[in-house]
Each structure stands twice: as C-alpha cells, then as structure tokens.
Design a protein around this ligand. Structure first.
Ligand code: SF4
Ligand code: SF4
Length: 438
C-alpha cells in the first residue's frame, strides 16, 4: 500500500450557496426512462419483457451473481425496449426503456418492517431484498458490508458531502431527517458496532443542531469534522474520527460507513415499504441557468434535467458537463446519459481554453495528494507505459479526488492522466488473467 499519509488539509470554495437554500424541484416527470441493467461491472437480468406493464415499485431486474440486488421501476407505464446507452461511468450498457404513462400507479414492493423487533438475520435479509445500495457514489449492494460484522468499533453515517457544488445530501437530510434516524439506527443494529455516529462538516451549523435534536436519546452521536477536502473520502473520515489507517477496507480499522442518503433510503424502505426509485441530485455550476437540487426518477436523461433547470446559460457555446462534482466527477461528452441511483450531481461549467503548459516539476501535486502518491511521477511513467514503475508508485491507490489537477500551475489535467494510468494497469491485469485461463 502507499503511505496514505497525504496532507488532507485543503479548504476549497464550496459554491454550495448556489443551491443550498433553494427549494428542490420535484416536478420532472419524463415521458421515458432508461434503467441501467448494470450494477458496478455486473449485469442485471431483466424480470420483465418488452410490452409488459409496470408500476412504480415493480421489480424489473436483478443482479444475481455472487451478490444480489433487485431493481425497481421508478414510473408506471410500459416496457418498450432494451437498448444500449452510455452510463455516467462512460461505459455502454443495456438499459430497460420504459414509457411513462404519468399515472404514477404504485405497487407495494415489500411491506414496511419493524427493524427493532426483527432479528439481525431478518434485518440483513430486508436490506438485501429491498435493493439498498450505496448512494454516495459506489452503488454497491449495502447488505454486503454487513455480512460478517466482527469487532466493529465505530459505525459511521457519512453526511460530510465535501465535494464542491453538491448539496443533494444536505437537502435530502433537511427534508427527511426522521427517515435518516430510522435508517441509521437500523444500520447501527446491523453493524453490531460499539458506537455509532453521523459525521458532518462543522460549517453546517443549522443541520448539526437538527441532527442533535433528532438523535437525542439514541446511541448515535453527531460528530463534526473540519471543512476540508476530501474529508468525505472514507479513508480521510475514518482517520479523522479514529486516528486509524487501513489498507483496503474500513473494517480493518474497525469501521463500517454508509452515506447519509443510503440511510435515508433504508428509512424509507422500513417506514413506507418503498424501494429506491428516485434520486436527490444537485444541478449546479457556472454554466447552468438555474442551479438547484432536483428529485427525479432514476433513469431520467441528464439533458432533460438540465433543461428543467433553465438549460445552459445563454451565450455559452461550449460547456463541460460533469457527472458528479468538479473534483471527483467524470466529464461526459454529451447529456444523453441517464441518472443512475448512485449519481448525486450534474455540474455544468464553461469549457474555457485551459492553455496547458509543460510540467514545471514544482511538486505541488505530490505535496497535495491525500493518498500520499506522486502524481507527477505517475504521469511520466504512464507516458512510457512503464507498468512496473506504476505499480511501485501505487497508482491504484489514487481515489481520483481531483486535487492534483486543482493545484497544478501548468493547468495539466493530472487526475485524468493518473486515471488513464489506472486503466492501463487494469487492462494489463485483465489480459494477463485471460492468458492464464487459456
Ligand atoms: S487524483 Fe491526484 S491528488 Fe487525488 S488521489 Fe489521485 S493522484 Fe492523488
Ligand atoms: S503540479 Fe503540475 S506542474 Fe507541478 S509537478 Fe505536478 S504536474 Fe508538474
């Protein structure tokens, strides 16, 4: 592993006031949604056929390899096709196309659940069959990290949301704080942890007070963390709260974490018998007319959402569309992709000429990297496809936080170069594994 001793002490201008105090737009009701038939790299098999009628909450697909994940329809209407679409991860995948009848007819996907009376095994089953997944960006089935909760010291609900521009978690908590409480207490029970907390940035004063009131009398503590980037990254947060580091998984440091929106989704499943069908999403940046948060059906096209937020600012011919925030998000070449459950933002920026110049070898990227890496050396080794050196430089430990690009005085997109280096290593590993199978 890398030293993982990066500085982790950068205050960034959050630009959160663009959306934080505005009402959430909830009227977007697309004529068509496209539901990704993929979870991570694993395909999900449809349980419906073209021509079938579905309701909000009908199970329409499931992942069923070594993990299980059911997928539920966000609209009522008719399944009209299975077709390839680009995901926000920039990979093409099959999507289930559903024509929305705008009637919002719903079916109860499962019964509400008494998590307090339920046994640990019953609760785990509920989380699994309700299709809970990591809404903080990973999209991984939630139940998996609770399968063997041994020696868990601290259960953490991550409400830090350190990525600039994004306020979707903030608004979700503001509107659903009681569901957050239910979901958090249920996950705390599942974790068998000795202690539990909701971690939030110290500058969110009002929300800290609301959380303290809501969780009063429960075992969950509200813990504040500095307004630094990337404080919401799991490694940084675990270190901040426990002073422990880990190699691969937080459980090595005695911690289990879930994002606040995931806990809210579980609260909604427990209280109301509703699966994940909609998403809170921040639409922000300097190139969108009306930055605001939206609450949209999963599978809505990004372009339709931006249109509902007033479209791109007049006079801007070229914009940069980022799925996520500007630091950790992915730049997407067009707005035709659809919103997956784990997407939390669309950031739209003017695409200004960056006038990239040669690397000055100033070392700022290395000084800044929270993973303790040497991005400048990684990009040099990547340029000559030096696999051995890239491995020695722990390239795969990069969390794609964007800090190296942010600080680079030469305006080099260092993060993108490191990302490409990671892809190069992945490709090499995959082709070796393929060779070994022959
Ligand atoms: S994106 Fe850059 S700064 Fe961030 S972890 Fe990767 S190499 Fe380090
Ligand atoms: S910050 Fe930019 S200019 Fe400085 S060493 Fe890194 S890549 Fe080179």
């Amino acid at each position: 592993m890398s030293l993982l001793t990066g500085p982790m002490k950068h205050h960034l201008d959050g630009h959160k006031d663009l959306t934080k105090h505005k009402e959430v737009l909830k009227t977007i009701d697309p004529d068509t949604v496209w539901i990704p038939l993929v979870n991570g790299n694993a395909p999900c098999k449809p349980c419906v056929q073209v021509g079938d009628e579905v309701k909000v909450g009908t199970k329409i697909a499931e992942r069923n390899d070594h993990f299980y994940l059911p997928v539920f329809s966000p609209v009522s209407g008719t399944v009209t096709a299975i077709e390839k679409f680009m995901t926000s991860g920039l990979t093409p995948a099959d999507h289930l196309r559903i024509q929305n009848d705008h009637k919002h007819t719903a079916v109860r996907s499962f019964e509400p659940f008494d998590y307090e009376k339920a046994s640990w095994e019953e609760l785990l089953d509920f989380v699994k069959n309700a299709g809970m997944l990591g809404l903080g960006g990973a999209g991984f089935p939630t139940y998996v990290k609770y399968l063997k909760p041994e020696n868990v010291e601290l259960f953490i609900v991550n409400a830090v949301e350190c990525e600039p521009y994004l306020t979707a978690d903030y608004k979700n908590i503001e509107e659903n704080i009681e569901l957050l409480k239910t979901g958090t207490l249920a996950l705390f029970k599942l974790s068998k942890a000795k202690a539990g907390c909701v971690a939030i940035k110290e500058d969110k004063l009002e929300q800290i007070e609301d959380l303290k009131k809501t969780f009063a009398g429960t075992p969950i503590e509200i813990r504040t963390v500095p307004d630094m980037y990337p404080m919401g990254w799991e490694r940084t947060l675990v270190y901040q709260l426990t002073k422990k580091r880990y190699d691969k998984l937080p459980i090595e440091a005695g911690c289990i974490l879930n994002n606040a929106s995931t806990a809210i989704a579980l609260g909604n499943a427990i209280e109301n018998g509703r699966p994940i069908t909609h998403k809170y999403l921040t639409v922000s940046g300097e190139a969108v007319k009306n930055p605001q948060n939206v609450y949209v059906p999963v599978g809505t096209r990004a372009g339709e959402i931006i249109e509902a937020c007033g479209g791109y600012k007049d006079g801007l011919e070229d914009v940069l569309l980022i799925a996520g925030g500007p630091m950790m998000g992915r730049t997407i070449p067009n707005d035709k992709f659809v919103i997956a459950p784990q997407n939390n933002g669309l950031t739209v920026m003017p695409n200004e000429d960056k006038d990239e110049v040669k690397c000055l070898r100033c070392g700022r990227c290395t000084e800044t990297c929270p993973s303790g890496l040497q991005p400048v050396r990684i990009q040099m080794s990547a340029a000559i496809f030096d696999e051995e050196e890239l491995n020695k430089l722990y390239v795969m430990d990069c969390i794609e936080c964007g800090m190296c690009t942010y600080v680079c005085p030469s305006k080099i997109d260092v993060t993108e170069n490191v990302r490409r280096a990671k892809n190069f290593i992945r490709t090499r590993m995959a082709s070796r594994a393929k060779e070994a199978k022959k």
